[in-house]
Ligand binder design. Structure first.
Ligand code: SAM
Length: 221
């Protein structure tokens, strides 16, 4: 079976299956009240809202996306959180009204024209000592019934494999990096995620989703 994913993404389900790397990263940072953050390629704003809940009303979360429809969606979803500011902007042109303590992206760099430029723009909006957290997949390392996962509409489907180098070359000091892949068989969030991404019912097949490489890095003070 050939299983090809498109970027039309089931955001809620993505949060479910990839929740552990996100939770681990945010715990390691000790993200807390008052932090100023940006979520680049925020999509419908799931992660931006999760950040807003931690930073509180005295913090700020910029939810940036190049797609104006995503901007509208994140603004709607975050209507209760005045600390969320949704902006239409390309990662490659990232420019914010203030420096931030955390620049975050997940499943963004595989889609941008140039991941090196995008990461360097993210590094550029960090306050001294600020954190960059990037979570990007190695798509072809995922398996469905033993066959590699594919994402034909992604520009850089395996960008996760290069992520530590891209972050280091942006002048940031890496404090941790790891890869994590949800897996499963039978009915459950992993099979439903695959079905929503690809349209294929893979419930009877063993699934290993694309590993998500997380890099935690810091701008030197
Ligand atoms: C696969 S979604 C990921 C959404 C969210 N980060 C998540 O993990 O659920 C990718 C998002 O990146 C946005 N995007 C793609 N290219 C972009 C760019 N060059 N600059 C900013 N956002 C971009 C898309 O519009 C889309 O909302």
């Amino acid at each position: 079976m050939e299983t090809q994913a498109t970027s039309a993404a089931p955001f809620g389900l993505r949060n479910d299956v990839y929740r552990r790397p996100l939770a681990t990263a945010l715990e390691r940072l000790e993200l807390g009240p008052g932090w100023r953050c940006v979520d680049v390629g925020a999509g419908t704003g799931d992660v931006a809202i999760a950040l807003a809940q931690v930073v509180g009303h005295e913090g700020r979360v910029y939810a940036v996306d190049s797609d104006p429809l995503a901007r509208d969606a994140s603004a709607r979803a975050a209507a209760r959180y005045s600390q969320v500011v949704s902006i239409t902007q390309a990662a490659e042109d990232l420019l914010l009204p203030e420096a931030v303590d955390l620049a975050f992206c997940r499943f963004l760099l595989l889609h941008v024209a140039d991941p090196v430029v995008a990461v360097s723009r993210m590094a550029g909006v960090l306050a001294p000592g600020g954190w960059l957290v990037a979570q990007e997949p190695i798509t072809s390392a995922g398996r469905i019934a033993g066959k590699p996962f594919q994402m034909p509409d992604a520009r850089h489907p395996d960008v996760g494999a290069y992520l530590p180098a891209i972050v280091r070359d942006a002048g940031l000091a890496i404090s941790d990096a790891w890869a994590e892949a949800p897996a499963g068989i039978g009915d459950g969030p992993v099979a439903r995620y695959v079905e929503e991404l690809t349209g294929v019912d893979a419930r009877d097949d063993p699934i290993v989703l694309p590993p998500l490489v997380t890099v935690l890095a810091r701008r030197p003070s």
